[in-house]
Design a protein around this ligand. Structure first.
Ligand code: NAP
Length: 419
């Protein structure tokens, strides 16, 4: 039987989940993977009241873990700069690294993978995207014989939970409070609701699928806090659901990278994925569309992804693809302003008759086509419509022009994701 000695850095939520999962499934892992996982050290600056580490040695300085006689350092401290230093220290000491930290991979992936590759050491990060729901190794290995054109999906459970509840009629603020009560959202939920967490994840997936850099060139990120229950009703009448989508889309040699709310057809698989789960659609040339859905957070789910990395390390002598040689240059990210979208507009008006004429005339002036301006039956102050496919820059210009029309009180635009 193979044996692997690991040192865990950090003694919070995920580290506790990993410790418990390894203990709970130790015999099962031995049987199924022919592997004895031995936790030798935990780097923790304080005791953990939720978990007794029994005979595992606790080191008060997390950096000391990287100097021990172990095979792998599991980085679970979170954050960016100290995590980077810790990983560099592990690499310097010839330890493989497993991390669940999307932020450090997003911001420093190129540097860390380059150093690891030069030293013939591996950095694995399955849990950094969608926790235990398999996606990283699916892209790196199972789909490695495919050309992947597009990855799109809901990569943040908190936003998917909030939007799913709003679809049923709830409002944003009370739903966010419920998400916090249930532990889905952090006490400071800004990274989730502003779209940053999903952006980190799609940046990592795009690195694997399309060879973009880590960190990627700056790309468009928008959160969900402006969406209202009126938008859900209007979208539904038009045959759409509203999701927060993170997208990496390769068209010829250029790559679209973006994370923002989007209308998706109600009958699509992504629209049907409700609640705190993550859902991803992958477009491949050989298999066609693949859908992956599952838990994107939580101690046990994240532990599952970490254990899969540990088993992978023990099984695999072939260096993982690190695409350090064949990276697309950052120039190849498509300029967001040039992307074509259909758009949903929702406008709060004081007098719809007056305003409708002006909307149509502004649309004509901008060469934008509107099929019909619909008056909201339940809310007389609201009208909404969908445009034809227009360049992002033109839709933004149109939005600005509509904002200054007399009797327009408020205006909202949400892009529509094409099939
Ligand atoms: N929670 C999830 O569901 C989930 C899912 C996927 C990925 N992840 C990722 O997993 C990582 C860990 O998340 P978590 O939820 O376990 O966070 P957490 O509960 O806040 O735990 C972080 C641990 O790291 C320790 N730590 C942080 N900075 C340190 C430092 N400079 N020196 C020593 N110890 C330090 C903390 O110690 P103190 O308590 O002393 O501050 C704490 O024990 C993050 O990168 C996160 O993004 C989490």
């Amino acid at each position: 039987m193979k044996k692997i000695n690991i040192g865990i850095c950090g003694w919070g939520n995920v580290a506790t989940g990993l410790y418990k999962a390894i203990n709970k499934n130790h015999e099962l892992i031995k049987k199924q993977a022919n592997l004895d996982i031995c936790i030798k050290f935990i780097g923790a600056r304080r005791d953990n009241p939720k978990c007794n580490p029994q005979d595992v040695e606790i080191l008060r300085d997390i950096f000391d873990v990287t100097h021990q006689d172990i095979d792998v350092v599991v980085e679970l401290i979170g954050g960016v700069e100290t995590a980077r230093e810790l990983i560099l220290s592990a690499l310097k000491n010839k330890k493989h690294v497993i991390t669940a930290n999307k932020a450090v991979i997003f911001h420093h992936g190129d540097e860390l993978f380059n150093i690891a590759s030069k030293n013939n050491i591996k950095i694995l990060y399955e849990s950094a995207v969608c926790a235990g729901t398999p996606i990283i190794k699916v892209l790196q290995e199972e789909l490695a014989g495919n050309k992947i054109s597009k990855i799109s999906g809901m990569l943040n459970g908190t936003t998917n939970f909030i939007l799913s509840e709003m679809e049923k009629g709830a409002d944003f603020d009370p739903t966010l409070a419920i998400a916090q009560e249930k532990g889905y959202a952090e006490p400071d939920p800004s990274f989730d609701i502003n779209g940053i967490d999903a952006a980190h994840k799609i940046g990592i997936l795009s690195y694997i699928a399309h060879g973009t850099s880590l960190p990627p060139q700056k790309f468009y990120i928008e959160g969900i806090s402006d969406i209202t229950s009126t938008d859900f009703k209007n979208a539904s009448d038009l045959g759409y659901a509203i999701k927060h989508l993170a997208v990496a889309n390769q068209i010829n040699n250029s790559i679209e990278l973006r994370a923002h709310p989007a209308l998706v057809r109600k009958e699509s698989i992504l629209a049907s994925l409700q609640g705190v789960r993550n859902g991803i659609e992958i477009d491949t040339d050989l298999v066609g569309k693949i859908h992956i859905t599952g838990s994107g957070a939580g101690q046990e789910s994240t532990a599952s992804g970490l254990i899969s990395d540990i088993i992978h390390l023990s099984n695999n002598n072939i260096p993982l693809a690190d695409n350090t040689d064949e990276k697309a240059s950052s120039e190849s990210l498509k300029e967001f302003n040039t992307i074509l979208f259909q758009n949903y507009f929702s406008i709060e008006v004081e007098d719809d008759k007056e305003v409708n004429q002006k909307i149509i005339s502004e649309a004509d002036n901008n060469n934008i086509k509107i099929e019909e301006i619909i008056s909201n039956k339940d809310k007389p102050s609201n009208v909404y419509f969908i445009t034809n496919l227009v360049k992002e820059s033109e839709a933004s210009k149109f939005l600005k022009q509509l904002k200054v029309i007399e009797f327009v009180k408020d205006i909202k635009r949400i892009r529509i994701e094409s099939e």
